[in-house]
Design a protein around this ligand. Structure first.
Ligand SMILES: *Cc1c(COP(=O)(O)O)cnc(C)c1O
Length: 812
């Protein structure tokens, strides 16, 4: 796109700073992500500033990579003459303005979807249902925020003839901006639930805010619901649906899986693939739109019967032969391929990146143009190997070196060999009809069905929560010892490295070695360095905690033999914990040793609080804090150094944030467990332990269950067996009807003794079958609760989950 500078200035409402004479600029792409490998010279980069993030920091780096055009709130020092800058008050707003301007150049039907639940599912379903009639541009995934919406809309091109975009809000006054960008002419309101209620005074305010999306639509399609209808003032035509015969289009469930539809458009029946309540609502919404768009009834019937379950999340899984799998196999449009490749770059565990890719439908591009673009993307992202599956894609990608081609998924599966995949990160991206889940099943590491799901977005949220308690300049060290408190160290570390956390803390050297081998380059402190591991630590640049004279001398010896110069060490002070560390009496011996040579540098001085979570021990904590101040001052003074000081752990940050010094050490809080219920409320649950029902037995009155016959049925019972036991980290004391698990939001008591690898649960009153998901802990039953019952602390429950339980990482 060529722009006159003058026009661009007007659209962006910007001041223009550039030391050459420019009249026209050619903008090939816009970006807000400095990490995207696609950023090229003609990218217009919007440096957006968030609460915990400032893209201005990356401008220098981007300039060195050749990018020339920037929209900024301030020009970083010394860069004034190095690029072309548009200076604005608010870069996010300028980005939105730019996209709104871009959107206004297109004139075709655009569906705007909002509501509390079902937005993404309705959008994905409509995309599927309408794909044979239109060339559709839609929001990738749930890109529905102030940033996500413009990122979605900017991808429109001249070939599209239908848009489907979702808009999500969490605060008042957010919808106007989204309306301006999407400019919908068909509106869909999905169900109004309680999601994000906290941002609003009341439900009415929330509904009114959502309705702003429909300010200018020709038709609004929604449920016939008095609470909502009474608030609609827009002149737009309403098309309502109802399960209570109150709408323009009425639905009746006449069999378990058959809906009767009656309306002015005609009366007919449809067979439905899903029968739960929210699916029914989403189906009603979709059918209404199809009718409104005059899709023939026989087509509606056929297409609805083929609806599929929308997998909302991209999953990161352990694969065979040490592979990492990024499973994004439910959609394959060009836009979401771009996003998935960024995810691949940011989460790759291995140097080698492989992409398994199907034909791409619905791009809006001519076939040759499309695959040329795909090829450019793959080249730009330095993909080592591509499996191209499908009749179309297999005829393209001729400039890529390593492409293996298949006609169909069937064909791929037929030729599949385990040994073809090892030590690489594999991204799977396939259109629905290619059923890539069959490929995922082969590539996935085979472990039993019990999994610990780790929500990486929740980790980010929790990190930001603690950041918000700190001064912006305070450094953060995150403890990832004990396999990230049981949550998986590598994935968490990778995320933290991305968020520019300053230090990682591990317990033992080998944990640090593993992180290094997996590509973690940020500083790592080893808390319990053993003398035998000193050489290894140096080889992997791991920094030791030094807690005693004999350890220090041993490290110095190794340091001499390696000819080190100012190797970073971290002095631990024992201010009251009486675990490890120097006390003041050691200083006379310690100081001369440190002064004697340049081998080591005291990078930090720290101590650890014993009672930061106990209000009743506040005097003791103050005593520790006082000693730390005094002793660290003495060392700084006598050694004439300027180290980082740190003493606060998670509950320390929460309760004593005045003592944050230059750094804090976050542990348990990052993993979603706070000090008390108030803190817990502000954290998001990170780990969910779940499994599946293996078998269900009918047990008659008087019959027993399990070892020692510890459960005897006093009623006719349905007893389910699940594959998790004490070897997975479940306390045996949790058996015999003390504890419970959760199935479909209902409690199922654990009956009889917990076995090594299995346990039995009473599901007499629960609707379930073989394969039904069983929750052990997670959002609905927090680890903190379980720890209370087990008479222990959440740390022990979390770190006790056996390594044989498969970890799955995901993000929205
Ligand atoms: C484990 C650990 C932490 C983190 O403690 P949390 O209570 O989990 O925040 C901090 N400092 C040291 C020295 C630790 O060993």
């Amino acid at each position: 796109m060529d722009f006159f500078i003058q026009d661009l200035k007007t659209v962006l409402k910007a001041d223009f700073v550039c030391d050459e004479i420019l009249e026209v600029v050619d903008i090939a792409d816009v970006s807000i992500d400095s990490r995207s490998l696609r950023n090229n010279n003609n990218t217009l980069f919007f440096a957006i500033q968030g609460q915990n993030f400032d893209a201005h920091l990356f401008i220098e780096d981007l300039i060195s990579k050749g990018i020339r055009y920037f929209v900024v709130q301030k020009i970083p020092q010394n860069l004034e003459t190095k690029a072309v800058f548009f200076v604005v008050d608010d870069s996010l707003k300028a980005f939105q303005d730019f996209v709104a301007f871009y959107r206004s150049k297109f004139d075709f039907p655009v569906i705007g979807i909002t509501g509390s639940n079902g937005k993404t599912i309705v959008k994905e379903w409509l995309n599927f249902l309408l794909s044979s009639d239109f060339t559709i541009i839609k929001s990738p995934k749930s890109y529905n925020s102030q940033v996500g919406v413009p990122l979605s809309v900017i991808a429109i091109n001249e070939n599209h003839n239908l848009g489907i975009f979702e808009a999500g809000i969490s605060l008042p006054n957010e919808m106007d901006a989204l309306e301006r960008i999407i400019q919908p002419n068909i509106g869909i309101l999905t169900s109004i639930g309680s999601a994000h209620d906290e941002g609003f005074q009341n439900r009415e305010q929330k509904i009114l805010e959502k309705l702003k999306l429909f300010k200018n639509v020709d038709v609004l399609i929604c449920e016939s619901n008095q609470e909502v209808l009474k608030l609609i003032s827009s002149k737009a035509k309403l098309l309502t649906w109802s399960f209570k015969n109150e709408g323009n289009i009425n639905f009746n469930l006449i069999k378990v899986d058959v809906l009767e539809v009656s309306s002015d458009f005609g009366n007919f029946e449809i067979k439905i693939p899903f029968v739960d309540k929210s699916s029914l609502q989403n189906i009603a919404t979709c059918v209404s739109i199809l009718l409104y768009l005059n899709i023939p009834i026989t087509d509606i019937q056929k297409r609805i019967a083929n609806l599929y379950r929308v997998e909302m999340r991209l999953q990161i899984k352990n694969g065979i032969q040490n592979c990492t799998i990024i499973d994004d196999s439910y959609s394959s449009d060009y836009q979401s391929l771009k996003i998935a490749l960024d995810v691949l770059e940011n989460h790759k565990t291995h140097e080698n990146k492989t992409v398994i890719l199907s034909d791409i439908f619905q791009s809006g591009f001519d076939e040759n143009v499309l695959y040329a673009k795909v090829e450019k993307l793959l080249l730009g992202n330095k993909i080592h190997r591509v499996f191209a599956i499908g009749n179309k894609i297999k005829n393209h990608l001729s400039q890529l070196e390593n492409v293996i081609r298949f006609d169909s998924t069937q064909d791929f599966l037929f030729h599949f060999k385990d040994e073809d995949f090892a030590n690489e990160t594999i991204l799977l991206k396939g259109a629905r009809s290619f059923e890539f889940e069959k490929i995922v099943a082969l590539l996935e590491e085979k472990k039993h069905e019990t999994v610990l799901e780790i929500n990486l977005d929740a980790v980010t949220h929790n990190l930001n929560f603690y950041k918000s308690k700190l001064k912006p300049e305070t450094k953060i060290m995150v403890m990832v010892k004990a396999f990230g408190y049981g949550n998986g160290s590598f994935e968490i570390a990778k995320l933290l490295q991305h968020h520019k956390v300053d230090y990682l803390g591990v317990a033992f050297a080998d944990e640090g070695v593993e992180l290094r081998n997996a590509g973690i380059t940020m500083p790592i402190i080893v808390m319990n360095p053993e003398n035998s591991a000193f050489s290894t630590m140096i080889a992997y640049h791991l920094e030791p905690e030094i807690y005693g004279i004999s350890e220090l001398n041993a490290f110095i010896k190794v340091a001499q033999s390696h000819n080190l110069y100012k190797y970073p060490i971290h002095l631990k002070l024992n201010t009251g914990m009486n675990r490890l560390g120097f006390v003041q009496q050691n200083f006379d011996e310690l100081i001369p040793i440190l002064k004697a040579s340049n081998l080591l540098e005291v990078k930090s001085i720290f101590s650890h609080l014993a009672t930061s979570d106990m209000p009743e021990e506040i005097d003791f904590t103050h005593e520790q804090l006082k000693k730390f101040k005094l002793w660290s001052n003495e060392l700084i003074h006598k050694l004439d150094i300027n180290p980082i000081r740190h003493i606060l752990n998670t509950s320390g940050i929460y309760n004593f944030s005045g003592h944050q010094y230059e750094m804090v050490r976050v542990g348990i809080g990052l993993y979603g467990v706070g000090n008390d219920v108030f803190e817990d409320e502000q954290l998001q649950n990170v780990a969910t332990l779940k499994t599946l029902i293996l078998q269900i037995n009918e047990v008659q009155i008087g019959e027993s269950v399990g070892y020692g016959r510890r459960f005897v049925a006093n009623r006719k019972s349905k007893i389910a067996t699940i594959p998790i036991g004490y070897a997975d980290g479940i306390r045996r004391a949790w058996g015999n009807e003390v504890g419970y698990v959760i199935i479909n939001n209902k409690k199922a008591a654990i009956v009889g003794a917990i076995c090594m690898d299995m346990m039995m649960i009473d599901v007499t009153e629960i609707d379930c079958e073989i394969g039904t998901e069983v929750l052990i802990f997670g959002e609905q039953l927090r680890v903190t609760e379980i720890a209370k019952f087990w008479n222990t602390i959440p740390y022990e429950v979390m770190t006790g989950i056996s390594q044989r339980v498969k970890r799955i990482f995901y993000k929205e």
